[in-house]
Design a protein around this ligand. Structure first.
Ligand SMILES: [Mn+2]
Length: 335
């Protein structure tokens, strides 16, 4: 498969790389790593990385390219780290001449003309490294690509901590490290927080709520987000502030999106002014089934969803609560 992918890349003069919306370290690492590698190897080709706006901690990995629609007519589109097509940033991906998908999510359906999915890999960036190694001397690696890919592996494995970590992933990280990565500056990017975020974290620790069987959750209302002066993404990223509470193997952050209410909303249409982003995380409990019932999905222990009312919030929490109850019965030693 990797040979076929490289042949396609050689065939096209313009390559446009897509990722998922609401970028994280791994999709950016995969996207930018691939972009820098291809630029370095094929300087005569046009290589673009498109998508929605980047949060600050990802901005050093690279910029989003703005390109006109007609660029897609004769382009090869590569979509990285995205399970379902509705999560692909920028709808124009489907207008590309040839579409290749590279991903690592569970239940990741095929789309486009070629798919390479390894749901066992804990990071898509590690799959990209696997591919680069397979390509061997056909491609020219560079430091910038290595940094982006290392960033992706570090973030999606929870700093080499999550289940799913393999010797291959550590070897891939080692391969990147040997290309000369400034690990200090990378970890500083990940760990230095601004005052507003830390104060909000203090608020989370003081105000999270729990369900009877052990789901911990926090609701970032529009009011709270405004009061602390953070962005919605900064609030959403605090989900893991409540990841280590004994007896609470599932934790959730609800984030009001605060979109404007459009004029002429038809009956049955969702009101974006009521949209609440949901981030679900767990230790052991499989939560992506619940997420997919609420317009979402993701990994077994890390998923996302979108809800539109207090009732949906209550029923989602109730479903998770039942899962936790069942999980604790089956795993009496669970922390
Ligand atoms: Mn990923």
């Amino acid at each position: 498969m990797f040979v076929e992918i490289l042949n396609k890349i050689k065939e096209y003069n313009r390559i446009i790389i897509h990722r998922h919306i609401r970028p994280d370290g791994d999709c950016m690492g995969s996207q930018m790593g691939l972009k820098y590698l291809l630029k370095n190897t094929f300087p005569e080709k046009e290589i673009y990385a498109v998508g929605d706006e980047l949060p600050e901690y990802l901005s050093e990995l690279g910029e989003v390219d703005n390109i006109p629609d007609d660029y897609y007519n004769d382009a090869l589109v590569i979509v990285v780290d995205t399970s379902v097509d509705k999560r692909i940033c920028d709808d124009r991906w489907m207008t590309g001449k040839c579409i290749i998908k590279i991903d690592h999510h569970d239940d990741s359906p095929e789309f486009g003309n070629m798919s390479y999915v390894d749901e066992k890999s804990p990071a898509c960036s590690s799959i990209i490294v696997r591919m680069i190694k397979a390509w061997g001397t056909e491609v020219k690696m560079c430091k910038k690509a290595a940094y982006a890919l290392y960033f992706g592996i570090v973030t999606d494995t929870g700093r080499f901590r999550y289940r799913g970590l393999t010797s291959e992933v550590l070897n891939n990280a080692g391969y990147l490290l040997d290309l000369g990565i400034d690990v200090d500056s990378l970890y500083n990017k990940l760990y230095i927080d601004d005052v507003a975020t830390l104060k909000l974290q203090g608020f989370v620790l003081n105000n999270f709520k729990t369900t009877p069987n052990g789901v911990a959750y926090i609701h970032f209302t529009k009011k709270i987000i405004k009061k602390f002066g953070v962005t919605k993404d900064e609030a959403a990223n605090l989900v893991n502030s409540i990841s280590t509470i004994k007896g609470h193997p599932v934790w959730v952050a609800f984030v009001d999106q605060g979109y404007e209410k459009p004029k002429g909303l038809k009956k049955g249409e969702f009101d974006p002014s009521k949209e609440v982003r949901v981030r679900l995380r767990s230790r052991g409990v499989e939560i992506n089934g619940v997420a997919s019932k609420y317009r979402g999905g993701g990994h077994l222990q890390a998923a996302g969803a979108t809800i539109y009312s207090k009732q949906e919030m209550a029923s989602l929490l109730n479903e998770l609560d039942i899962l936790v109850e069942k999980y604790k019965k089956e795993h009496p030693d669970a922390l």
